[in-house]
Design a protein around this ligand. Structure first.
Ligand code: PLP
Length: 510
């Protein structure tokens, strides 16, 4: 039997609220001081990190301590103050955290972030709206809807498009593959996929994308029950763009084998090379073969804002769905991505009505519940930071940052090219360069070994950070330039550092 509430002493009903826990929670007049002090202390630590960091990596003595797990105390019985915790965190994390804002961080597809987004981030976490119901996020839902409308127009989609914010390109790509699979099933079989599952023919479904496309597509195919083997990797041309004649050959071959090509994916900004597939031709072939056309513009999406370079994305407007990562070329903090679909009716493949969140009756009254468009339920109000960016920075300035990084990449290409000891694989279309230090007389294997050593030595120096990748099983170095503040002089210094390390390391290899 439950306790009779009337017989309970009042203090018991109030429980911990009267015994000193209240001051920890956000909100309420008695904890304003605690909140402000916490924010102030944290701000000091971050300001110190931003102002004193001279290199992309911090205190090398800390960062050389690879076994950090041993440093991490989770003794929750003896708790410490936030200030003490911040001090502890500096040793474990902040003192040697990778500084993406640093001009010689030129490694992965992670961008420096814009200051106004941080005001938004603070509001996002402090108010903690969840986008899964309209009543918990009224203004927030309006802002997200407005931004989806804005992005759809940037893509030049005709009326009737839709979209949603996602956690990243991986999730946006998964959504594209999901809608592609289910719209094909709906059109061709008497099956409602989200109700009945997959028809037997799904074993023959094939998804075509370039061999340079992102691995999240393969992962997506596997999650969707089609298997990684459903992915047909189309070879690229000399500029690392999908080779259209090879695509046609592979399509023909798969059809001849009785397989069913359902989706064709163009990448607008491949992860390694930043190359943009020929979107118009891909779209035409998709249409001719009754395939869904998805564009993965996780990297290249920012070009939409550049007057000089937006033509590189021409053809994207024909995509049935599109991935655009804001946490790459829109300079937003992780996580922020968008998934756009050309035709709103495709929402039906993921929508779900939960009585406690978005009952059908509510929708009939026109209440805009975003949960039905998302794979997530509880979801952050990431749209706010992008709205803040557009309102305070503006799209023209954002576009000029894109121009700047493309210019930087071209200049860096020139700097690498003038050195006879560097071999550069691509002319940058966006801002990625794949190259290696390749002095004469070394075999392919030795070059791989040398460049792996260079990458590690650059990292260990703490002075710069470069990425690496493999092309035809050989190891190359990679610059991904996403910082408009980086100058060509700084890039020359990074190249010089690589060359110096390369010269030293190659002595041990000959
Ligand atoms: C072309 C491309 N697509 C998708 C992704 C995955 O994006 P995310 O890391 O935001 O999930 C990436 C990541 O680098 C990418 O380069």
């Amino acid at each position: 039997m439950g306790k009779n509430i009337k017989t309970m002493p009042l203090g018991k009903i109030a429980g911990p609220l009267t015994s000193g826990y209240r001051d920890i929670f956000h909100g309420g007049p008695e904890n304003v001081d605690y909140y402000q002090k916490t924010v102030q202390d944290t701000l000091e630590v971050i300001t110190h990190f931003l102002q004193t960091r001279q290199t992309p990596l911090g205190d090398t003595s800390v960062h050389s301590n690879k076994n950090k797990i041993g440093l991490i105390d989770i003794n929750s019985k003896e708790t410490i103050s936030v200030k003490e915790c911040l001090t502890e965190l500096c040793d474990i994390y902040i003192n040697d955290a990778t500084a993406f804002h640093h001009s010689s961080y030129v490694a992965h597809l992670n961008c420096p972030i814009l200051i106004p987004t941080l005001a938004a981030e603070m509001i996002i976490s402090s108010i903690n709206s969840s986008m899964d119901t309209w009543d918990q996020s009224i203004g927030a839902t309006a802002i997200e809807l407005r931004l989806i409308e804005w992005m759809g127009k940037k893509l030049q989609y005709p009326e009737g498009f839709d979209g949603v914010f996602t956690s990243g390109g991986t999730q946006s790509n998964l959504m594209g593959l999901l809608l592609a699979r289910d719209s094909y099933i709906k059109k061709n079989y008497n099956v409602i996929p989200d109700q009945h599952g997959l028809p037997a023919e799904a074993k023959k479904f094939k998804i075509f994308c370039s061999e340079m496309s992102h691995f999240s597509l393969s992962k997506g195919a596997s999650i969707l029950g089609l298997g990684k083997d459903a992915i047909i990797s189309v070879p690229v041309d000399k500029d690392y763009r999908m080779d259209i004649s090879k695509l046609k050959d592979l399509l023909y071959k798969e059809q001849e084998n009785g397989n069913l090509p359902i989706t064709l994916i163009g990448t607008a900004g491949t992860t390694d090379f930043g190359s943009v597939d020929p979107l118009h031709e891909i779209s035409r072939i998709a249409q001719e073969n009754g395939m869904w056309f998805h564009v993965d513009a996780a990297y290249g999406g920012g070009l939409l804002l550049s007057k000089k370079h937006c033509n590189k994305l021409s053809g994207i407007e024909k995509a049935d769905s599109c991935t655009i990562d804001l946490h790459k070329t829109f300079f937003q903090p992780i996580s922020a991505s968008m998934f756009l679909m050309r035709d709103h009716s495709n929402v039906s493949f993921i929508q779900y009505h939960a009585d406690y969140l978005n009952p059908k009756e509510q929708e009939a009254c026109g209440v805009p519940n975003l949960v039905k468009k998302s794979l997530q339920t509880t979801r952050r109000f990431d749209a706010l930071k992008f709205w803040f960016t557009l309102r305070t920075v503006g799209e023209e300035k954002l576009g000029s940052y894109i121009d700047e990084i493309i210019y930087l990449a071209k200049g860096t290409h020139y700097l690498l090219d003038e050195h006879q000891d560097f071999e550069v694989l691509n002319t940058p279309e966006i801002s990625a360069l794949v190259f290696r230090y390749a002095p004469e007389g070394l075999s392919k294997n030795k070059l791989t070994e040398l460049n792996q050593k260079i990458k590690q030595a650059v990292f260990d120096s703490g002075k710069a950070m470069v990425a690496g990748t493999k092309v035809n099983n050989e190891f190359y170095l990679k610059f991904t330039l996403l910082n408009p503040m980086t100058t060509l002089v700084e890039m020359r210094n990074v190249i010089h550092l690589i060359q110096k390390i390369g010269e030293e390391q190659s002595k041990n290899l000959i």
